[in-house]
Design a binder for this molecule. Structure first.
Ligand SMILES: *Cc1c(COP(=O)(O)O)cnc(C)c1O
Length: 528
């Protein structure tokens, strides 16, 4: 049994750490139930096409390498001339869907993105083989075109911004976030004591980066609620007009709230930026493709926004570490660096003088690349080339099926089914709003208690138990692991269920376990 004191100590841990602790309890749960972990956001599906294509490129690439040197396991470098033609000969586009995909990809890069076919093939091959440092270090040339086209098609809802956007691929969205915070700080765009707004509840790492203790966090809760007809409250967005708030960090669609900004919220953000041209926005759109007709904040206020995207969730690629930062060529970050006082400018010129001849003109995105390797190691910076090529291939699976992307539709249908099963099992009303990504849901245990057994029972729960008690018992007794929403900034009693990582049929069981445990608390309540 976990004591009340232990529970109080647990509440000081991060949500992910609490969850780890509960996994052990749940695996040996008291009722010998099957162990169900719906705590993690890691999807239990993955994309096969891009992975098989990657393997094909490696096969072709090693064969190409043998053309210049061939001694046992030792081969030479590939050559540009005729490489696309040799790829065509190597591939069997008649009978292999993967081979067809690769050839179509080359045509697409040429016809739609203006890439030279031989150069594109060589970039894929050398990148996948990984025998050169990433050059240019920020991103490979044609890879930038492809990833830009993907972001535009998947996240911008018709706005044409690919040509004016620069990219920096990173080791997952995680590294993107670290690099952004670090460079904003090093370049004095946010300073100690500045206010930073965040949309809450939010992915815990955003609340737990120690550097953020230097800033005054202002919570902006943009979750629309039923009472408000699912509309965002203007009073929340109004907070952003406070001149002391320098930046706004957004997870959109949110985690754990799972909701995307609706058009009204986007319009309000646009107004804020019109009134405050120096306003900085960072938007993490990892879950964007789970919302039909999603529109990123970047496409509404592109000059003020850095966009973070990750391939982790949609493509089931968390182990690959594939993220990207997007910035407009004309952006507030460069402008604000230009407006720093002379002393700050001089300090920064010295910082980046070893990287470029004219550091004052070094763009913010290039500064992020340099900062990501502590400036001194700029010459070996950049995401590994095989990772960049994997991003390109994932992107192409969408770009070649823009009209109807069966893979994206199937992944949306998965979370949709599980969401339905969970809500049906709990007998609570679904949120039908089209902004609901359904990747996660927040289950309000106190609300459920009140609905099922009345407000006296709810008060009993609130007054007599630590708020993690239900969560703990759910794992220790029933073998079900969820995540505590409080760590994400929710009200006490809200538990995050991930619709990403359990087989479909388990969501009904999960609902049953929640109701069963709540019933046991209620039996206790009747006896007390
Ligand atoms: C899962 C997740 C990410 C992805 O991180 P990776 O490092 O790319 O795996 C980023 N942001 C949020 C809000 C997430 O939930």
């Amino acid at each position: 049994m976990v004591t009340k004191k232990e529970e109080q100590q647990l509440e000081t841990l991060g949500a992910f750490e609490i969850s780890n602790d509960m996994l052990k309890l749940a695996q040996h749960n008291e009722k010998n139930n099957i162990f169900l972990n719906a705590g993690r956001g890691n999807p239990n599906w993955l994309n096969t096409k891009a992975r098989l294509a990657f393997a094909r490129i490696i096969e072709f690439g090693t064969q190409e390498s043998r053309r210049t040197m061939d001694q046992g396991d030792l081969a030479g470098y590939t050559t540009l001339e005729g490489i696309r033609e040799r790829l065509e000969t190597f591939l069997d586009s008649e009978s292999s869907e993967i081979d067809r995909f690769l050839l179509d990809a080359v045509d697409y890069a040429h016809d739609q993105l203006g890439a030279d076919k031989d150069e594109f093939v060589k970039e894929l091959v050398d990148g996948a083989i990984g025998n050169n440092y990433p050059v240019p270090s920020r991103i490979l040339k044609n890879s930038e075109r492809v990833i830009n086209a993907y972001l535009e098609s998947a996240l911008y809802r018709g706005e044409k911004l690919a040509d004016q956007t620069e990219l920096f691929p990173t080791e997952g969205g995680t590294a993107a976030i670290v690099y952004i915070f670090n460079s904003l700080k090093e370049n004095k765009l946010i300073k100690k004591g500045d206010k930073i707004a965040i949309n809450t509840p939010i992915f815990t790492p955003y609340l737990q980066i120690p550097e953020l203790n230097d800033y005054d966090m202002v919570e902006v809760d943009l979750r629309s609620t039923e009472e408000n007809n699912w509309e965002i409250q203007a009073s929340e967005i109004d907070k952003l007009n406070d001149k002391d708030i320098k930046a706004f960090f957004i997870v959109n669609p949110s985690n754990p709230g799972a909701m995307a900004f609706d058009d009204a919220a986007l319009a309000e953000i646009k107004k804020v930026v019109e009134a405050r041209p120096d306003f900085i926005i960072i938007t993490d759109d990892v879950y964007g493709t789970f919302v039909t007709d999603f529109k990123t904040v970047y496409s509404v206020v592109p000059h003020n926004t850095l966009l973070v995207y990750s391939y982790s969730k949609l493509f089931g690629a968390t182990g690959w570490r594939l993220g990207v930062i997007a910035a407009n060529k004309d952006n507030v970050f460069d402008r604000l660096i230009g407006k720093l006082d002379e002393k700050d400018k001089e300090e920064l010129n010295t910082r980046y003088a070893i990287n470029v001849i004219d550091p004052e003109k070094m763009s913010f995105i290039d500064r992020m690349v340099a900062d990501s390797r502590s400036v001194g190691l700029y010459h070996t910076s950049g995401l590994s080339t095989p990772q960049q090529i994997m991003e390109v291939l994932f992107s192409l699976t969408h770009l070649l099926n823009r009209e109807k992307d069966a893979y994206i539709d199937a992944s949306k249908a998965i979370v949709d089914r599980r969401y339905d099963a969970l809500y049906k099992g709990l007998k609570i009303e679904k949120n039908p709003s089209k902004e609901n990504s359904k990747y996660y849901s927040l289950i309000d245990i106190y609300g459920l208690a009140e609905e099922l057994y009345g407000s006296a029972f709810k008060d009993y729960l609130v007054d007599n138990f630590e708020q993690v008690d239900f969560l703990y018992n759910l794992s220790e007794k029933n073998g079900v692991v969820l995540m505590d929403g409080v760590g994400f900034g929710t009200q006490p009693g809200e538990l995050r269920v991930s619709e990403a990582n359990l087989p479909d049929e388990d969501y009904e069981i999960l609902a049953k376990q929640i109701l069963e445990l709540l019933g046991e608390y209620h039996a206790q309540f009747l006896q007390h």
